[in-house]
Design a protein around this ligand. Structure first.
Ligand SMILES: [Zn+2]
Ligand SMILES: [Zn+2]
Length: 129
């Protein structure tokens, strides 16, 4: 049994980027929520503000994980705890630069293309080389 993220009750698995939004199956995209905090009026399926908070938190978690400009597939897989099939999909979907996969592409993939609003973003600034 996994406890609800918001209280002490038992929780069910919620996908932060919802399955219907193309949300992927990896640990950071999932959260355990009890019936009330999941499907109730203050839960992410009914309250768009709550939903965006979880999505922003996911983005922040990913952005603090991927701090370099490029990564290799094996690093991405380990860091985001991706299954081998999801890692394979990422490899097929993203274009690898000569330095590796670009972090902005990785985040976009892991967020399933979900766009945060501008004011929610801390866009990382990379030096041009
Ligand atoms: Zn709860
Ligand atoms: Zn859910």
């Amino acid at each position: 049994m996994t406890r609800c993220f918001e209280c002490t009750k038992n929780g069910d698995k919620h996908h932060i980027i919802h399955k219907e939004e193309g949300g992927l199956e990896y640990p950071l995209n999932t959260l355990y929520l009890c019936e009330e905090h999941h499907r109730g009026p203050t839960g992410p399926h009914k309250d768009p503000v709550k939903d965006r908070q979880y999505k922003k938190a996911l983005y922040d978690a990913l952005a603090s994980l991927f701090t370099k400009e490029h990564y290799e597939i094996q690093d991405i897989r380990t860091m985001a705890k991706l299954s081998s099939s999801l890692a394979r999909t990422l490899r097929k979907t993203l274009k690898r630069q000569k330095e590796g996969y670009r972090t902005m592409d990785i985040l976009d993939f892991l967020m399933s293309g979900y766009q945060l609003q501008d004011e929610e973003l801390d866009i990382p600034v990379f030096e041009e080389d």
